[in-house]
Design a protein around this ligand. Sequence first.
Ligand code: MLC
Length: 407
Amino acid sequence: MSELDTLIALPSLMSEQHFMIGHAVAQQARLTPRKGMLVRTLDVGGAGPVAALLAAKHAIEHEGRRAVAIVAGDTVASVPTAEFLARADGSCRAKQPNSSSSTNTEHGSTSSSSSSSSSSSSSSRDGSSSSSVDAWVPSPVIPNLYDRVARWHMQQYGTTREQLAMCACLMTYQASRHPAALHRRPRLLQEVLASEPVAPVTTKLECAKLADGAACLLLVPGEHPHASSSSSRAVSVLAGGEGSGPLYPPRDITEDCFSAGEAAAAAYAGAGLGPEDIDYWGLYDCFPICLIRAVEAAGLAQKGMGGAYIQQQYTRLLGPLEQQQQQQQQQQQGRAAAAVWPVNTHGGLLGFGAPWEVPAMHSLIEAVTQLRGGAAGRQVAGARRALVYGNGGVFSASAVAILEGCR
Ligand code: MLC
């Protein structure tokens, strides 16, 4: 703590929307007052941890900073779901004066008797130019917005309902081997499809899993004495890229709404690498469509083929479990769960847990663990380089970092 000269903090949903939360954290941790201390709050939603890592790299390389801490935390699981949803839905919806919205369905007829249609920034019913979502997007708003993108992908590229659900299965398969994951049992396709519907093509088991959690990353210059130690290998940030999309997906979704591909391309160009050079992937998966778009953006699958790629992985990793279940030989499950898939080996948001803007911190920490060879039972053999992608809002912000472990 005494060596820190920079703190970058990410906002928290449950922190009462604290004004300048970075400064609030710094003061509570007695990092201020301190001469030379620099404090920042960075808000790009779930892309925050990766964007903060890139900001920390810049601060070290170009601003003379010597020790940067990035912190994030939230407690979205320890409040009643209704309270979480009031905040999460409210964070998307602009306050509509004189609005008495009643029918909450995207497919329904008119739903709001708002008299502010000409004055409110959220008044556009097609969502194309709105800075917030309208009352016709039902609660839970965020899952419903991702669902809209999922349906677009199904129509545009032929992605199937089953392929979406397989994302959730794969994340629970991964999570089953991480001791800190919230969900520790692989789920099969039928279980995910049969769980409670949340939106037209989304069930509860396909939603980012509410969790409490916090994490901290420390970045120092390569020559710093703490950069490596006898017990842990140094991991460096090679390059990164960022991109921005609309805050909310419009009714007419186009490829221009997505920025992860741009961010990944910039990261690859900066590192002078391509997908074939990456051994481990930390890909944002708040909902299945996010993971499918991520595998396409990162180059694991061609554009539009993310669903097919996921299905291949499901068949390879969980196919044997399905067969065993049919044969009622559950006791052999342990043997079937031996194969390693080098994507989100901690289980991502769908399996490990999702404390609002913290999850990409988990992805970065898992990537560092892999590059240090410390992911017991789920280690990717010889992992040397990792790509980590964070997504903020509803495909509103993308940040990608490429990390390298020193031999
Ligand atoms: C429930 N469960 C069922 C079931 N119904 N299982 C089988 N069949 C059914 N019919 C089980 C689940 O397995 C799970 O168990 C648990 O119940 C979860 O259900 P719950 O506790 O009833 O959930 P609930 O509290 O009602 O919340 C559901 C939810 C919430 C959909 C409202 O999960 C949610 O809103 N999630 C999304 C959060 C979110 O939007 N995050 C931001 C993402 S966007 P088990 O075993 O799992 O405990 C992002 C970008 C950014 O990340 O910038 O932030």
